[in-house]
Design a protein around this ligand. Structure first.
Ligand code: GDP
Ligand code: K
Ligand code: MG
Length: 261
């Protein structure tokens, strides 16, 4: 799972990144430019998380190189979650970026950083109220002191937990074709390999006409023979799945059942 750190310059991104990734960190460059690209792994979670430190930005507008890099990454790479690191001593200005991040459909957790400083001042921050207004978890941390980091990552993991694609093919006559197609598409980095495999088996013309699928046509034909009957066959498999797996959850009222017959 891919987690991106996004925040203003000097909000503590690098401090948090180092705390999370330790010796696993690698520094490179973003393609074609000399802005640092830092990636590493957070190993203390049940599933290790790939962490990427995006360039510090005040906005997601397209004006600076850093903004374009951050924006392109969020839009094109679709991280599983964003940690929006916010300098709690400079809340209003930092939330300007937050509003833009929250306009994407990617899960977001706000890490309210520098809470060690806030606690020394008389400032009060109503974290729960911010959570309620913005509709995302807000976790108070101190990146510098390593405080509350594990709690932050637990919330991130819960939010970003991958949903496994539904598998309706077990025990059906298309099971082995389905598994081979998923392997093929995964190997060739086709997006949504499971969905694509299922749609190919359904003889879905739109999916079959995608360039990345068309390029694999010869290999697809080795795995399965598609005919117009495939659509009906897939419908049978879907209804079979629903009947077998979900029948017990759908209690039909006897009266209604009798009335409809
Ligand atoms: P970046 O520009 O977002 O990568 O920010 P840095 O990680 O470089 O941090 C900017 C400055 O804030 C550095 O001097 C850090 O030591 C300091 N800093 C980061 N996190 C905290 C924190 O939780 N508490 C305090 N007091 N200082 C912090
Ligand atoms: K800095
Ligand atoms: Mg930095």
């Amino acid at each position: 799972m891919k987690i991106a750190l996004v925040g203003n310059p000097n909000s503590g991104k690098t401090t948090l990144f180092n705390e999370l990734t330790g010796s696993t960190a690698k520094v490179g460059n973003w393609a074609g430019v000399t802005v640092d690209k830092k990636e590493g792994t957070y190993k203390k979670a049940k599933t290790p998380m790939d962490i990427i430190d995006l360039p510090g930005v005040y906005s997601l507008s397209p004006y600076t190189l850093e903004e374009v890099i951050a924006r392109d990454y969020i839009v094109n790479e679709q991280p599983d979650a964003i940690i929006n690191i916010v300098d709690a001593t400079n809340l209003e200005r930092n939330l300007y970026l937050t509003t833009q991040i929250l306009e994407t459909d990617i899960p977001v957790v706000i890490a309210l950083n520098m809470m060690d400083v806030v606690k020394k001042t008389k400032d009060e921050i109503n974290t729960k109220a911010i959570e309620q207004k913005l509709g995302v978890p807000v976790i108070e941390i101190s990146a510098l002191r390593g405080e509350n980091i594990h709690e932050l990552m637990n919330v991130v993991a819960a939010l970003a937990k991958k949903r496994e694609p539904l598998d309706i093919f077990s025990g059906t006559q298309l099971e082995s074709s389905y598994r081979s197609l998923v392997d093929l598409f995964t190997k060739h980095n086709v997006k949504q390999p499971c969905f694509t495999a299922s749609k190919v088996l359904e003889n879905d013309e739109k999916i079959l006409s995608f360039d990345e699928v068309k390029a694999l046509q010869a290999e697809i034909e080795k795995i399965t023979t598609l005919t117009e009957d495939n659509e009906a066959l897939m419908a049978d498999i879907r209804y079979g799945y629903i009947d077998e797996q979900l029948r017990s959850a759908i209690k039909k009222s006897k009266v209604l059942g009798e009335m409809s017959t």
